[in-house]
Design a protein around this ligand. Structure first.
Ligand code: TTP
Ligand code: MG
Length: 360
C-alpha cells in the first residue's frame, strides 16, 4: 500500500462547547450536559461535560446523580439534540471540503485521507491548521486533530493533546509513540481482552508488539494476530464513507423467564436508553422503533412503529412501553429487544429550514 497521510478530527467536549458558545457566560465553568439531576435524585446519565467539570471526576456515561454529588455547583444543562445535529452537519461539511476520502464515525468525529493533497507531514500540518481555523471561525468551536500514516495512529494521536490539540506522528515515530501506551488504546481491546492480556503479562503496546504470536493466536484466535499487527502500528483500513447503518439494537435474555411488570419495564427502559445513546453518539436520528419479544416457549414476536419524522429525543421509550402492553398478560418472557431503524444523519428538510433560522 502506498504511503498515506490520515487525519482524525474530534471536536472538544462537543455538546458542552456548543452550549458555551450559545451562552458565553458559561465559559470557564464546570458545565455538564445530560439528564436533569433533580437535586441529586435525577436518573439518567451524563452525555458529556466541559474540561473544567472533568477536574471533579465527572465523565460521559456516569449517572447524573453521581455527577451531582461530585460537584453540585456545576451548571447542569439538558440536551438540545437538534442543535447538536445541525452543528455536526456543518462541521462535517467543512471537513469534507479538505479531502477526497472522508469518513464520519460519530456525531463529532471523522477521518480524512489527505494523501493526494499533502505530499508530506508539513503540508498535512498546514491543512490541519486551516481546518482548525475554519471551524473556529465559522462555528466558534475547537477540535483536536491527530495526523499519522493510518487510522489507528491518527485516532490515538487526536486524543493526546485535547482540547484544541494537534499531534503529528510521522511513520518513523510510530513505534516510539505506541510503545508506552496501554493495550486499551488499541481499538477492539476492551476490558475483557485487557484482562486476559494482563494475565499473560502484557500491559503495554510494546509488550503486545513483542509477544509470542503463536501464544496470542492460541488465546485469541485470528484477533490475536490482528491485535499484534495494530500494536506494531500496522493498519490498512481504508478511509471510506460507509453506507448508513441499517439499524441499531440491543437484546437481553432474562436469567429466569419473567412476567413481572416492574422487571420488564425496567429492562425495556434500560434497553431503549442504551439504543438511543448509541444512535446519538454515532450521529444517527431514527424514525422506526421495533420491539422484540421472545416468550418462554420460544415463540418470537416483533412489533414496530414508525413516527412522523426522524427523532433525536428518546421517543423510543414511550413507544416501546406501549408496544409491550399486549404481551404483559400472556406467558412469561424470555428475551426482550429494542431496535431503531430508518436511520439518517440528515434533518428532515422542512424541519431544518425552520431550525436554521433561530440558530445563528
Ligand atoms: P466524545 O467525542 O467522546 O466526547 P466529547 O466531544 O464530549 O469530549 P472530548 O473532548 O473528550 O472529545 O463524544 C462526542 C459527543 O457524543 C459528546 O459531546 C456527547 C456525546 N456522547 C454521549 O451522548 N454519551 C457518551 O457516553 C459519549 C462518550 C458521548
Ligand atoms: Mg469529541
Amino acid at each position: 500500500m502506498a504511503e498515506r497521510i490520515i487525519l482524525h478530527v474530534d471536536m472538544d467536549s462537543f455538546f458542552t462547547s456548543i452550549e458555551v458558545k450559545r451562552n458565553p457566560g458559561l465559559k470557564g465553568k464546570p458545565v455538564v450536559v445530560g439528564a436533569d439531576p433533580k437535586g441529586g435524585k435525577g436518573r439518567g446519565v451524563v452525555s458529556t461535560c466541559s474540561y473544567e467539570a472533568r477536574k471533579y471526576g465527572i465523565r460521559s456515561g456516569m449517572p447524573i446523580s453521581k455527577a451531582y454529588s461530585l460537584n453540585p455547583n456545576a451548571v447542569f444543562l439538558t440536551v438540545n439534540m437538534e442543535q447538536y445535529f445541525h452543528v455536526s452537519r456543518r462541521v462535517m461539511e467543512i471537513l469534507r471540503g479538505y479531502c477526497e476520502k472522508f469518513q464520519q464515525v460519530s456525531i463529532d468525529e471523522a477521518y480524512l485521507d489527505i494523501s493526494d493533497r499533502a505530499d508530506d507531514y508539513q503540508a498535512a500540518e498546514e491543512i490541519a491548521r486551516r481546518i482548525k481555523a475554519e471551524i473556529r471561525q465559522k462555528e466558534g468551536l475547537t477540535c483536536s486533530i491527530g495526523i499519522g500514516p493510518n487510522k489507528l495512529i491518527a485516532k490515538i494521536a487526536s486524543d493526546m493533546e485535547k482540547p484544541d490539540g494537534l499531534t503529528i506522528v510521522r511513520p518513523e515515530r510510530v513505534e516510539v509513540f505506541l510503545a508506552p501506551l496501554s493495550v486499551r488504546c488499541i481499538p477492539g481491546v476492551g476490558p475483557k481482552s485487557e484482562k486476559v492480556l494482563k494475565r499473560m503479562g502484557i500491559g503495554t503496546i510494546r509488550a503486545l508488539a513483542k509477544a509470542d504470536l503463536q501464544e496470542l493466536k492460541l488465546v485469541f484466535g485470528k484477533w490475536g494476530y490482528e491485535m499484534q499487527r495494530l500494536a506494531r502500528g500496522i493498519d490498512e483500513r481504508e478511509v471510506r464513507e460507509r453506507g448508513l447503518a441499517k439499524s441499531i439494537g440491543r437484546e437481553r435474555t432474562f436469567e429466569e423467564d419473567t412476567n413481572d411488570r416492574g422487571v420488564i419495564m425496567k429492562t425495556l427502559k434500560e434497553l431503549a436508553e442504551e439504543v438511543h445513546e448509541d444512535a446519538i453518539k454515532r450521529g444517527y436520528m431514527y424514525r422506526t422503533i421495533t420491539l422484540k419479544v421472545r416468550l418462554e416457549d420460544f415463540t418470537t414476536f416483533t412489533r414496530s412503529r414508525t413516527i412522523e419524522r426522524h427523532t433525536t429525543s428518546i421517543e423510543s421509550l414511550g413507544i416501546i412501553q406501549e408496544l409491550i402492553e399486549e404481551f404483559l398478560d400472556s406467558k412469561k418472557i424470555r428475551l426482550l429487544g429494542v431496535r431503531v431503524s430508518n436511520l439518517t444523519r440528515q434533518h428532515d428538510k422542512q424541519k431544518s429550514l425552520v431550525e436554521f433560522k433561530d440558530y445563528p
